[in-house]
Design a protein around this ligand. Structure first.
Ligand SMILES: NC(=O)c1ccc[n+]([C@@H]2O[C@H](COP(=O)([O-])OP(=O)(O)OC[C@H]3O[C@@H](n4cnc5c(N)ncnc54)[C@H](OP(=O)(O)O)[C@@H]3O)[C@@H](O)[C@H]2O)c1
Length: 184
C-alpha cells in the first residue's frame, strides 16, 4: 500500500490577500491536506481554504488565541514568542499528523522565517521577465556586511516557457527535526 503524506501550508498574509483554495487542479491525483498558520485568529470561517473537500484541514494558531473555524477544521495551538511560532515547532507538529512533506505557499514574511530558522529543504525561486515596478521584498533577512558572506547552494534550473525556475537545495543547512523522506 502506498500512503501519500503530503501537506500544503498557507500563511495568513497570503490567505487574507488572495483567499486561495489551496487545492490541486488541472492534474489527476490525491488532494493534499491543507494548513493555515493564523496566530491571531484573523481568518474568517468562510475562507475558501477551510472548504470541506474531504481532506484534513488544520489551523495552527498561538496558544491562548480564540479561533472559530468551521466544523471539521482541527485547531493546533502552539507556543508563540512575541507573536512568532517557531518554524521548527510547526514542522514538528505537522509531523505528528503524519505530514512530512510540506509545501509552503507563503509570502516573504513566512518564507523568510523558515529560511532563517534552517527549516527549508528546498526553495523555489521563479523569475519572470515582466516589469512590475517597485514592490515588496522577496525575502526579509538581516543585511550582510560583505558579498562573500552570501550563501550559495546547489541549484537546478528549469525553463518554463519564458520564466526560469531556480530549484535551490538547502538540505545542507537544514536543522534536524527527525527523519523525513527526501524529495527527488
Ligand atoms: N509570488 C509568490 O509566489 C507569492 C506566494 C505567496 C504569496 N504571495 C503574496 O505575498 C503577499 C503576502 O505576503 P506576507 O509576507 O504579507 O504574508 P505571509 O507570509 O503569507 O503571511 C505572514 C503572516 O503569517 C503569519 N505567520 C507566518 N509565519 C509565522 C510564524 N512562524 N509564527 C507566527 N505567525 C506566522 C503572521 O501572521 P500575523 O500577521 O497574523 O501575526 C505573519 O504576519 C500576498 O500579497 C500574496 O499574494 C506571493
Amino acid at each position: 500500500m502506498c500512503l501519500v503524506r503530503y501537506g500544503r501550508a498557507q500563511w495568513i498574509g497570503t490567505a487574507l490577500a488572495d483567499d486561495p483554495q489551496l487545492t490541486v487542479r488541472g492534474v489527476a491525483g490525491p488532494q493534499p491536506s491543507r494548513v493555515v498558520i493564523d496566530p491571531k485568529g484573523r481568518l474568517g470561517a468562510d475562507a475558501r481554504i477551510f472548504a470541506d473537500n474531504g481532506v484534513r484541514r488544520l489551523l495552527i494558531t498561538a496558544q491562548g488565541t480564540r479561533c472559530a473555524p468551521p466544523p471539521g477544521v482541527e485547531i493546533v495551538a502552539l507556543p508563540a514568542a512575541e507573536g512568532c511560532i517557531a518554524p521548527s515547532a510547526i514542522l514538528s507538529a505537522l509531523a505528528g499528523y503524519g505530514m512530512r512533506r510540506i509545501l509552503i505557499e507563503g509570502g516573504a514574511n513566512t518564507v523568510s522565517r523558515f529560511l532563517a530558522a534552517g527549516c527549508l529543504d528546498r526553495l523555489h525561486v521563479m523569475v519572470a521577465p515582466i516589469i512590475l515596478g517597485a514592490g515588496g521584498p522577496g525575502l526579509i533577512l538581516p543585511p550582510l556586511e560583505r558579498a562573500d558572506q552570501a550563501q550559495r547552494m546547489p541549484i537546478r534550473v528549469h525553463k518554463i516557457e519564458d520564466d526560469v525556475l531556480f530549484d535551490c537545495d538547502l538540505s545542507d543547512q537544514r536543522v534536524a527535526l527527525g527523519i523525513a523522506k527526501k524529495s527527488t
